[in-house]
Ligand binder design. Structure first.
Ligand code: AHR
Length: 511
């Protein structure tokens, strides 16, 4: 009651002062922990994400373990990558895991029909992916094949991965050089089953999910967190049907996919050449993630009021036209400051919904869609999006601090969106982190913040900013968009006053 009263008084104080934008940040004992798995990534057999991305030729002169590029491993370890989703995406529903184990020379080849009909040589399979995860110190998230696979195939894959006893699968695993089970924790049961994963109705998929999930077994000390294939965008009927037909105890999570398209599916728009109007439209579409998460969560609440089932946004990010001259099926796009603003805003949304959102995966890690890393031969380039994940890693597994905030508007023509978005957390050592994004292309914005019951003495920060929303890093100029020390925040009495430059992502640390 005391906390409720103090929050109410604080809210009243905030809204009564109009002269300057006010931000209230609170400690609330019951608020959730921000799962580190919100900061997860996605690596599909698509274009140059795995092949010529993580996995290079055996004649490469790069530092590598087997054929895994170690410079990439180091870069992803730096941002504390919490999980990596594999092997798809659409590819997952045509992937047969048995083709990707055993001596590489004897592995059958297949056609990757979704992504350019290229030959998949299966040299990167189960063992290689799990070796990569081990090097990264990250949790694997494996998506099993419902669309063109069988229950037996999925059942045996789980047994091969997680069972410690004697069985034909575990004997095979031993023969293939891995006596101990990997104890994979996160398991997707199909992908986009409404589309490339089988064009199923939600009713049919719900039944299939129940059947497949029944045979994805928990083994001793290897409990499987199963993720049901969820909706795309505004398909609330999909979420409703799955929640209605699948008991909550059978799912650890239910997924949702949402991509931000500057244009439409026929003409998505360039990754680096656009004007303010298109920038504004893109950002307003990106912010729709908040409404989507809210509405899908509300449906989930009806069937699962205790919020046991996680909402897993296992594909998100900006999807533009490919770079001119590249294979259209490889989805290779550049990454500008606009991408960083999308990443920062979306992660703020996920943090603020961390009571239900407990996992998310940006699409995709290397050379595909909104990538963290681009490669060209032996060169490696960190994108603006990479830097956001580096700056935001402080929120991983920290306690969410609720905020009360009404942003000034960023207007273009007769439309407007909130200029600033924010989230805050407190880590196990008591340090407070506040991440703020200013989407306004023309105005710096000053905010006065009160932290009420939270104690702090000093503030420091980092900023990601560049001249234009189209600014990007290239192999020739890799440091155009990179973090710098931020001096725009100061303590005034008990208040924190922050001036956030236009088009910037700022992360503050208060101690
Ligand atoms: O991330 C690219 C593709 O987008 C994935 O394979 C699919 O799941 C989605 O449609």
């Amino acid at each position: 009651m005391k906390l409720f009263l103090s929050i109410t008084i604080c809210f009243t104080l905030i809204t009564s002062v109009n002269s300057q934008t006010k931000l209230g940040i609170f400690y609330k004992a019951s608020s959730p922990t921000i799962s580190r798995h919100i900061y997860g990534h996605f690596s599909e057999h698509l274009g140059r994400c795995i092949y010529d991305g993580f996995w290079v030729s055996d004649t490469s002169t790069l530092a590598r373990k087997d054929r895994i590029r170690l410079d990439i491993v180091d870069a992803l370890k730096k941002i504390k990558i919490p999980n990596l989703r594999w092997p798809g995406g659409c590819f997952a529903d045509e992937y047969h895991w048995r083709d990707g184990i055993g001596p590489r020379a004897q592995r059958p080849k297949m056609i990757n029909t979704t992504w350019g009909n290229v030959t998949e040589d299966n040299s990167f399979g189960t063992h290689e992916f799990l070796e990569l995860c081990q090097l990264l110190g990250t949790e694997p998230v494996i998506t099993g094949n419902v669309g063109s696979g069988t229950v037996e195939e999925m059942n045996k894959w789980v047994e091969y991965l997680n069972f410690d006893g004697l069985s034909p699968s575990t004997e095979l695993r031993k023969q293939n050089g891995h006596p101990a089970p990997w104890k994979v924790q996160f398991w997707g049961v199909g992908n986009e089953s409404w589309g490339c994963g089988g064009n199923m109705t939600p009713e049919y998929y719900a039944d299939q999910y129940r059947r497949y999930a029944t045979f994805c077994k928990d083994y001793p000390n290897a409990r499987l967190n199963k993720i049901a294939g969820g909706a795309s965008d505004w398909d609330f009927n999909w979420t409703e049907t799955i929640m209605k037909r699948v008991p909550a105890y059978m799912m650890w999570g239910l997924s949702l996919h949402y991509y931000t398209l500057p244009g439409n599916w026929d003409k998505k728009g360039s990754a680096t050449k656009f004007e303010e109007k298109e920038y504004f439209t893109t950002m307003s579409k990106c912010l729709k993630m908040d409404e989507l998460v809210t509405k899908h969560s509300t449906i989930m609440d009806k069937y699962d009021p205790a919020k046991k089932v996680s909402l897993v946004i296992d594909e998100w990010g900006i999807w533009t036209d490919v770079e001119p001259g590249t294979n259209p099926a490889f989805l290779f796009q550049q990454n500008s400051l606009r991408d960083a603003l999308i990443a920062g805003s979306t992660l703020n949304i996920f943090n603020n919904h961390s009571d239900r959102v407990r996992m998310a995966n940006l699409a995709q890690t290397i050379n595909v869609l909104q990538a963290l890393i681009l490669t060209k031969g032996n060169q490696l380039l960190l994108t603006p999006t990479y830097h956001v994940f580096d700056m935001y890693k402080v929120h991983q597994d920290a306690k969410l601090l609720p905020v009360n905030f009404t942003s000034p508007e960023y207007k273009v023509g007769d439309q407007s969106i909130p200029a600033i978005n924010v989230s805050a957390s407190q880590d196990a050592n008591g340090a407070i982190h506040i991440s703020l994004v200013n989407l306004d292309a023309n105005n710096d914005i000053t905010i006065r913040s009160s932290l009420y019951d939270l104690n702090w003495k000093s503030v420091e920060g980092q900023i990601l900013h560049a001249n234009s929303f189209t600014s990007y890093n290239s192999f020739e100029q890799p440091g155009v968009v990179k973090p710098a020390v931020f001096n725009g925040a100061k303590k005034e009495g008990n208040d924190l006053v922050i001036t956030i430059p236009k088009l910037s992502v700022v992360v503050l640390e208060l101690k």
